[in-house]
Ligand binder design. Structure first.
Ligand SMILES: [Zn+2]
Length: 113
């Protein structure tokens, strides 16, 4: 299962009651607070409020990934591409992916569905 707050995977426990939606109690609490804040601020069901810093890190990492993927596609498009070229391209792409994965996306408020 995936936690509805952090998106991380966790093992579902087969106990009685509703199935768990969060990997830990603190994430259930943060999700509750984010929904409550969304209601207070009039944030709709299809809206999420992020900090400017989070939004900028995410935007910049996505931009870098896009630019790197275009560069890599061009680098390996030719007919004289060697194995070291592929290795270098993959390394370059992996670094951009790692950069994106490092962005912690923690919303301030999440609209109620
Ligand atoms: Zn979680």
């Amino acid at each position: 299962m995936r936690c509805e707050w952090c998106g991380g995977e966790f093992a579902a426990t087969g106990g009685p009651g509703r199935p768990a939606r969060y990997c830990r109690r603190s994430h259930r609490q943060r999700a509750y607070e984010a929904r409550r804040l969304a209601t207070e601020r009039g944030i709709g069901p299809d809206e999420v409020l992020l900090s400017r810093a989070t939004w900028e890190r995410l935007r910049d990492a996505l931009y870098r990934l896009e630019a790197v993927s275009e560069d890599v596609a061009m680098d390996v498009a030719g007919s004289h591409v060697t194995k070291p070229d592929y290795v270098e391209a993959l390394s370059y792409l992996s670094a951009a992916v790692a950069d994106l994965k490092s962005v912690a996306i923690e919303p301030i408020a999440v609209g109620n569905e």
